[in-house]
Design a binder for this molecule. Structure first.
Ligand code: NAG
Length: 716
């Protein structure tokens, strides 16, 4: 029982394997395993299989398209293709054909496309005159890249006479080898004129230093002319003017002078059907400004695509009226120049390729177009050393579908995305983006992912998975389907660990945990610092309270009596008397009579001299400031009185700040006080001897008043 079960299983696996292997080799032809067959033998290709003369497969007669590209065939046996009446395409390119036997193409009356490109045919005797005669349907012939032997510099010219029977020919690719030493000018021979359907000419191997007005004279119907890599240096006016049918022109990798180019362009002006112009590496290396004739002369054409890539333009600038892109233009390729400035009116352009230029600095503040509305669908700004983009760069880009900003030095998305309502792909790969800091950008991207199905590529950036970036990481987690190439998105933690963004959810959880303690820590530290600062500053304020108050009042005072105060050579009063209200009697009956009447001094006494309506504190500071000295009548009530102590301290400040630390305080001890009752500040003064005790007897009083008067007078 068990064993039979095992058998069944093994058999089942075997069957699966069989089915699998048949599936893999499904395209392999039955008649020859070196070939692949498609659509039940209608299409057969045996490319790159080292097939030689001796082992050419026998092809079924039903084959319509046959490709033997890149094999080792030197001579094709005559009967190889004769039975293939349905053959319409035959590709023998890149073999080692030395000669073609008569009748090789016999019977191929339906053949429309034949390529013998890249062989070693010595055309002068290797091809029978009537070799192409059976090909009555041939539309496309490729006889280019033909050398005598591999690594040879001898290129036999294709004998045009062979074309005479190909009356249906529409397209030909042929070499033009016209060495400079030949004095005769090159022209496509007369026979081409009889090929009335010939509209497409591609020149393969090309040496055509001078294009003369006779060069294409026999090709009046040309619509497609590819003469790239012809190293053409000069161009005769009128050469392409007669055409008027030209739709496609490729003059890439020529060595034109400016003069020749402008002649060519002015001729193109007459080719009203021109749609595509390729000028890859066509301008002299000296041209750093895009020539203005480019737009000027092409305005009359139907131009749709211009390629001026791989030149050395540094500036390409135009404006609305003067150098606007032609309205028919859809594709403009400026890649691989060294543009540092680019600016055009381009309301109708669809594809703009600015890849690999030096527009980084320019685009950080400027736009590449002034058109408020554009039709641009694809913009390639990759490889431009862009660090940031001007905020409004993509304004009016309502139709943009694909924007490539890869391989730059962007660090963030700070430019406005809100106009990009049709955007499907934003490529930001290979930049220095660590995250998106702007909440608006994140919201816009989220919105676009819903409305226009936008995808963005942040791969090959080193994103930052840190607490400051938590919002961005959370955003990524919520918008995972927005991101392309997630497996190539890397994220670095604060401890320099780098992880792939495959499981963002886990990263977010981890970060949220770390960051909550981080936030608490930040709050604690912030609160701690503010408390410390508060304590410190209140300590400082307390420590310097008198100084501050003094300065405050002095400032106010100075402001108020600015004029009066300017010269303070003499004081308004000789002394300011500071006393507690309990000592009013003593002041009125003793101090004022003795000092004012007896000694002729002027005193400032608060009950008498303070200006009514003024604040008491202001009055005190003014009084002290305007008096030569301040006499404090020290009693217990004085020490207890707020205002007395205020006066005492203000007088101290006055001495420090206004009188060069001269002692202006004079203490009169009206009562017996023990040293321990005195505050420290007063004790300090007592030790400096600036005090006197009231004696309270007849004899002593006389001496006492004299002494005070003396000290008041002696200060100056
Ligand atoms: C063809 O020959 C070359 C050189 O002998 C060999 O390296 C290559 O693998 C061959 N290709 C096939 C498809 O047999």
């Amino acid at each position: 029982m068990k064993i039979s079960e095992l058998h069944t299983t093994v058999y089942f696996i075997y069957c699966i394997l069989i089915v699998y292997t048949t599936k893999v080799t499904e395209n392999r032809c039955i008649f020859d395993p070196r070939c692949e067959c498609y659509i039940s033998n209608l299409r057969v290709s045996c490319n790159h299989k080292n097939i030689t003369d001796n082992n050419i497969p026998h092809f079924p007669r039903s084959v319509q398209q046959l490709s033997l590209w890149s094999n080792l065939i030197e001579i094709i046996p005559r009967t190889t293709f004769n039975h293939m009446k349905n053959l319409s395409e035959l590709d023998l390119s890149y073999n080692r054909l030395k000669y073609l036997e008569e009748g090789t193409f016999g019977g191929l009356s339906r053949l429309e496309t034949l390529s013998i490109k890249g062989n070693y045919l010595d055309y002068s005797f290797a091809i029978p005159n009537n070799i192409f005669k059976p090909l009555v349907s041939l539309k496309s012939l490729n006889v280019a890249n033909n050398k005598l032997v591999e690594q040879s510099y001898l290129y036999p010219s294709f004998p045009s006479d062979l074309l005479s029977s190909l009356v249906r020919l529409e397209s030909i690719e042929v070499d033009v080898i016209h060495p400079q030493f030949k004095l005769k000018l090159f022209m496509f021979p007369n026979i081409y004129r009889s090929l009335t359907h010939l509209t497409k000419l591609e020149i393969g191997l090309c040496n055509l230093p001078h294009v003369r007005n006779i060069t294409f004279f026999n090709l009046p119907n040309l619509e497609y002319l590819d003469m790239h890599r012809c190293h053409t240096q000069s161009y005769d006016r009128w050469t392409l003017r007669n055409g008027k049918k030209l739709k496609y022109l490729d003059i890439s990798e020529s060595e034109f002078t400016d003069d020749c180019l402008s002649k060519l362009m002015s001729d193109l002006n007459f080719n009203v059907k021109l749609e595509i112009l390729k000028m890859t590496n066509s301008f002299p290396s000296m041209s750093i400004f895009l020539p203005q004739y480019l737009a000027l002369f092409l305005n009359a054409t139907q131009i749709r695509e211009i390629y001026v890539n791989n030149n050395s333009f540094v500036e390409a600038i135009g404006n609305d009226e003067y150098f606007m892109m032609p309205p028919t233009l859809k594709v403009f390729d400026f890649s691989n120049n060294i543009l540092s400035k680019f600016y055009f009116g381009m309301p109708y352009l669809s594809i703009l390729n600015l890849q690999n230029n030096k527009l980084g600095a320019y685009l950080s503040t400027e736009r590449y177009t002034n058109s408020s509305e554009t039709e641009l669908r694809e913009i390639d700004l990759s490889f431009n050393c862009i660090q940031d983009l001007s905020f409004g760069l993509f304004h009016g880009h309502d139709h943009a579908v694909n924007i490539d900003l890869s391989h730059n030095k962007l660090t963030d998305i700070t430019f406005d995305l809100s106009h990009l309502v049709s955007l499907k792909k934003l490529d930001l790969s290979y930049n220095n983006i660590s995250g998106i800091s702007s909440q608006t950008s994140m919201n816009t991207l989220h919105k676009l992912s819903k409305t226009s199905k936008l995808k963005i590529d942040l791969s090959n950036n080193l994103l930052k998975c840190s607490c400051e970036n938590l919002k961005f990481v959370q955003w990524m987690n919520a918008n995972l389907d927005l991101l392309l190439n997630k497996d190539k998105c890397m994220c670095r933690f604060d401890n320099n660990d780098v992880v792939q963004l495959t499981n963002v959810n886990v990263i977010v959880k981890q970060l949220e945990k770390e960051c909550s303690s981080y936030t608490t820590l930040i709050i604690c530290i912030a609160v701690g610092i503010s408390i410390a600062l508060l304590i410190l500053s209140s300590g400082l304020v307390y420590r310097f309270r008198w100084r501050l108050r003094y300065l405050y009042y002095m400032t106010r005072h100075k402001y108020k009596v600015f004029q009066n105060i300017q010269s303070y050579t003499s004081y308004k009063y000789d002394a300011f008397i500071s006393y507690a209200n309990e000592e009013t009697d003593f002041v009125v009956s003793e101090v004022i009579p003795h000092l004012e009447r007896g000694e002729n001094l002027k005193l400032c006494v608060h009950q008498r001299d303070f200006v009514p309506g003024e604040e008491i504190t202001q009055n005190i500071t003014n009084g002290i400031h305007q008096s030569r000295r301040t006499i404090c009548i020290i009693t217990r009530s004085f020490l207890d009185s707020y205002y007395c102590m205020f006066e005492f301290n203000m007088a101290k400040m006055e001495s420090i700040y206004t009188r060069d630390s001269q002692n202006i305080l004079f203490l009169v001890f009206y009562e017996q006080l023990r040293p321990k009752d005195l505050p420290l500040v007063i004790l300090e003064l007592v030790q400096k001897q600036s005090y006197i005790e009231y004696p309270n007897d007849e004899q002593g009083n006389v001496v006492f008043w004299k002494k005070i008067a003396e000290s008041l007078g002696s200060s100056e």
